[in-house]
Ligand binder design. Structure first.
Ligand SMILES: *Cc1c(COP(=O)(O)O)cnc(C)c1O
Length: 357
């Protein structure tokens, strides 16, 4: 029995299902010491200066935080070398994404993105009643010519996760520039760089190499992944000031909470220390890719903090068996599994479990 009259588009939606926690897997399968490599989290705690800043700010949470997150926006603008008016902050970068949809997508408007990609995109399409135009990947990579061809006069947004989640592949900013030049400048091109800090290939930088000449480009980044602040919910965007003005209107009051603002400011100051952690993770990622390829698995280039195993139908057997043996990864039924880079011991656990199947 459905009470009330939910919007048809919402009633038809599946709820968001986050990755299973290690504890949930342990209880479900009656095992101990499960490891979670399912949500692309940083396996290491944040650096101590960030933890201390957040802990100290906990005494201030009786008051509302700064809705505009002005101090954080200033710090981000200085860090990135842009104007404060070009900076948006959101409740994670998924919050900013939803703001972009709410501000730009009317029912019936089209949103184009390569697919498979980040599972939040179709959710936002449904929330806003937009029309999804999913452009298939080719060899696990974006086909940007096909993306350009898919853009019509009804298209409001093009969304590119670079590196892409779940495949981990990435494109150079020059390729995106070619796309941007092929399509109308009335279309916003959103580059979701949640994993940018893990990229070791030379990809250029859309803020310096693209945004200046193409104000319809929006760059989204986050403190959730490389900076290890997933639970704080601090994401940021760099865009034309008019885009920032529109999306700020649909930000839920105080959604960028006080602790998130304080933690993000401290994280910027700790960039050098965080780089060391990132280096550890990218070394482990490269080790995982080599080991998997050595074992005979097809693994595309990995530029984020996860590896992609395009297992096709075999996903449906291999995923549950890994989980039964205490290794929780992210399945994409009939397509593949995504495995987050954990600590060296966790990664070995995954590799050895896979070898034993
Ligand atoms: C994890 C992820 C995000 C979410 O980041 P938050 O800042 O935690 O909301 C955004 N985009 C992609 C592609 C992701 O994989």
């Amino acid at each position: 029995m459905t009470v009330g009259r939910p919007r048809a588009t919402v009633a038809a939606m599946n709820p968001y299902r986050p990755g299973k926690s290690a504890t949930q897997a342990e209880e479900e399968h009656g095992i101990s010491e499960a490891v979670k490599l399912a949500s692309n989290e940083n396996p290491y705690p944040p650096v101590s200066s960030v933890v201390e800043a957040v802990a100290a700010a906990a005494t201030e949470i009786n008051r509302y935080g700064d809705h505009g997150a002005l101090k954080l926006r200033h710090a981000l603008a200085q860090w990135l070398g842009v104007d404060t008016e070009q900076i948006a902050t959101g409740c994670g970068s998924v919050g900013l994404l939803q703001q972009l949809f709410l501000a730009y997508v009317d029912p019936g408007d089209e949103v184009v993105y390569p697919w498979p990609s980040f599972e939040a995109y179709p959710v936002d399409v449904r929330i806003t009643g937009g029309v999804e135009v999913a452009v298939p990947l080719v060899d696990h990579c974006f086909d940007l010519d096909a993306v350009a061809d898919a853009v019509t006069s009804r298209t409001k947004l093009v969304v590119l996760a670079n590196p892409n989640n779940p495949t981990g592949t990435a494109v150079h900013v020059e390729r995106i520039k070619t796309l941007v030049k092929q399509i109308s400048d009335e279309v916003l091109v959103v580059i979701d760089e949640a994993y940018r800090e893990f990229v070791t290939a030379d990809l250029g930088d859309p803020i310096t190499d693209l945004l200046f000449d193409h104000p319809n480009v929006v760059v989204l980044r986050t403190f959730s992944k490389a900076y290890g602040l997933a639970a704080l919910r601090a994401g940021y965007g760099v865009a034309d000031s008019s885009v920032v003005e529109q999306i700020d209107k649909v930000l839920i009051p105080f959604a960028v909470n006080h602790l998130a603002q304080v933690g993000a400011i401290a994280a910027i100051a700790a960039e050098g220390e965080v780089q060391v952690v990132i280096g550890r993770l990218t070394d482990e990622r490269d080790r995982m890719v080599s080991a998997l390829r050595f074992d005979g698995w097809e693994v595309p280039d990995a530029q984020a903090n996860f590896v992609w195993l395009p297992l096709g139908q075999r996903t449906n057997e291999i995923f549950p068996e890994l989980e039964r043996q205490g290794v929780v990864v992210r399945p994409f039924p009939n397509v593949g599994i995504r495995v987050t880079i954990g600590t060296p011991a966790e990664n070995d656990r995954f590799l050895n479990t896979l070898r034993g199947l």
